[in-house]
Design a protein around this ligand. Structure first.
Ligand SMILES: [Zn+2]
Length: 277
């Protein structure tokens, strides 16, 4: 991977500038935002020439594993902690701008939400490579997203538009899959697929109603069809979060631990069903 310069500076709306200032004050570290452009073949990335913290962003994007994961995402927040200091790095995937461009404030707000929780000292599972990494990411997301949505709404940044568009796209995709195909792929060597789906599904149950998203019932029906066997975990995960006030740090940690063990049990079960290699 290598980089070249383009001039592209993101101007943030006032609600996000305000939030950024609060995160920086609470966390004692800068919040840096960059939109990353990709070449058509996805092999080259470019960062804005005038972006603050260019070297820090490049440090992550140069890692092949990170870059591969990032290409699948619309945005990500990395809490950088190094000998050179700390920073909250928010990266937006410019190659996917078509998916989020109309909801830029919601995407940046979502990633600011992750930074904000770190700045306020909420515990988070530690990222590790492989399936353990999926477990850490999705455990953290399920619990944190509840608080992030609440905070976005409080700040007048609508989280629902971008989210529902994403779910609609997922629903269209799921309709092209055969009965049980998702669970089959997950047991066939891609347990992360199941963990990602549980996280998405639990998120829906925790944050949407049929009044807010008319396709909610159709979505659940489709998920049951494509991912048979996941719903029990979804229900247990949802219950683990609903039963706790996750704004409280201790209950937040308890929710993380419970969700982590539920997701790990599912990953283990999928692994066992796959049988020995
Ligand atoms: Zn998130």
């Amino acid at each position: 991977m290598f980089f070249w310069f383009i001039a592209l500076t993101l101007a943030l709306p006032p609600a996000l500038e305000q939030w950024r200032a609060e995160i920086e004050a609470a966390g004692g570290a800068p919040v840096l935002v960059a939109e990353v452009e990709f070449s058509a073949d996805g092999q080259q990335m470019r960062l804005p020439g005038d972006v603050k913290g260019r070297g820090l962003f490049a440090e992550y994007l140069k890692q092949e594993d990170f870059a591969r994961q990032f290409q699948l995402m619309r945005g990500v927040m990395v809490h950088h902690q190094g000998f050179d200091g700390q920073a909250y790095l928010v990266m937006l995937n410019g190659a996917r701008r078509g998916e989020w461009g109309a909801h830029e404030a919601a995407l940046i707000g979502h990633e600011f939400g992750h930074a904000w929780l770190r700045a306020k000292g909420y515990p988070a599972p530690v990222y590790q490579p492989g399936v353990a990494g999926c477990l850490a990411i999705h455990t953290g997301d399920i619990v944190q997203h509840v608080l992030i949505r609440r905070e976005m709404e409080r700040r007048g940044i609508d989280p629902a538009g971008l989210w529902i568009e994403t779910l609609e796209a997922g629903l269209r995709g799921a309709r092209t899959w055969g009965d049980g195909e998702g669970t089959r792929r997950a047991t066939g060597g891609d347990p992360c697929l199941a963990l990602r789906q549980v996280a998405e599904w639990a998120d829906v149950r925790l944050g949407l109603s049929a009044a807010g998203w008319p396709n909610l019932v159709a979505y659940e029906d489709e998920m049951r069809r494509v991912f048979p066997g996941l719903e029990d975990t979804v229900g247990a995960v949802t219950g683990a979060v609903l039963g706790r006030e996750v704004a409280d740090r201790q209950q937040h940690r308890a929710a993380l631990e419970r969700v982590f063990s539920l997701l790990r049990a599912l990953a283990d079960e999928l692994e066992q069903r796959r049988g020995p290699p």
